[in-house]
Design a protein around this ligand. Structure first.
Ligand code: SF4
Length: 272
């Protein structure tokens, strides 16, 4: 018999809301046990025999996936791998760049990624040094492989708003990328330049743009990103501005969600 949140709260937990488990109510704790596999034994007021009996039922429903909160990253990774399943590794260098190498475990695609590389085999993606990538980073790369057209960048830069079907993402770009970057680096243009150079960014000569600093990132071989920074001007009351620009071909290489992921990743790298 499965144990729902209500069953657990009503029939098992003491309902004293003492907070000894770290949650503010017994009901909140019950929710975490049922939907996120939080250990029932973390309530110190239960008889161990009761915990053991409940765990038998809980483990059964966990295995069946009953009432478990869905793991968005796992779902996205499974979907991205499915998209990628019909692609051949040997076709990728022509489309997305990188080079094929024979390594101990078989053929891998060595793909430049900012100032580092990722290794892509038929079944895995890791960093060049063999360490793991986050699941979201893997989703991003699988999506790129599945979508990646073969177009080379043209050098024509556009803001996100100039691409089709991006209306719902404009606010996220401002709130999650551009404002945090501005707040982190206002009055600190040199710090921004130094942080970007750590990730392989190239400083674009001043006579080629109108910003205070323009930084060119080669995120992937065919996916460059330009960051334009104009510092605040306290005398004029100008709050400053940060804009990310993308080559016009980016939508042949990444979907809009992946462009957002890439933008947030750049913000995270620079701010961290
Ligand atoms: S420790 Fe137990 S009794 Fe106290 S709030 Fe948590 S679940 Fe309820």
């Amino acid at each position: 018999m499965a144990l729902s949140v209500v069953d657990l709260y009503r029939d098992v937990l003491p309902k004293t809301n003492c907070r000894d488990c770290g949650f503010s109510t017994c009901l909140a704790f019950a929710g975490m046990v049922v939907s996120e596999k939080h250990p029932l034994k973390n309530c110190p007021h239960l008889d161990p025999a009761v915990v053991e009996q409940c765990n038998i039922e809980l483990n059964e429903q966990y295995r069946a996936g009953k009432w478990l909160k869905r793991d968005m990253a796992d779902d996205a990774l499974a979907w991205a791998k499915e998209r990628m399943a019909s692609m051949k590794l040997t076709d990728l260098p022509d489309r997305i760049g990188g080079t094929l190498e024979n390594q101990a475990g078989g053929t891998v695609l060595v793909l430049p990624y900012f100032n580092t590389t990722v290794l892509i085999s038929d079944h895995t993606i890791t960093r060049g040094d063999g360490s793991a990538l986050t699941r979201w980073e893997q989703v991003f790369l699988y999506n790129h492989m599945a979508q990646g057209g073969s177009r080379m960048p043209t050098g024509k830069w556009k803001g996100l708003v100039e691409f089709p079907n991006t209306v719902s993402k404009i606010k996220s770009m401002v709130d999650k990328v551009e404002i945090p970057l501005m707040q982190a680096f206002k009055g600190r243009g040199e710090a921004l330049r130094a942080a970007a150079e750590k990730y392989g960014a190239i400083v674009v000569p001043k006579d080629q743009h109108s910003a205070d600093i323009a930084l060119y990132f080669k995120a992937l071989p065919k996916v460059p990103v330009m960051l334009m920074f104009t510092d605040q001007d306290l005398d004029d009351g100008f709050p400053g501005s940060v804009k990310l620009l993308f080559d016009e071909t980016i939508i042949t290489h990444l979907d809009i969600e992946s462009i957002m992921f890439l933008s947030e990743r750049i913000k995270q790298m620079l701010c961290d």
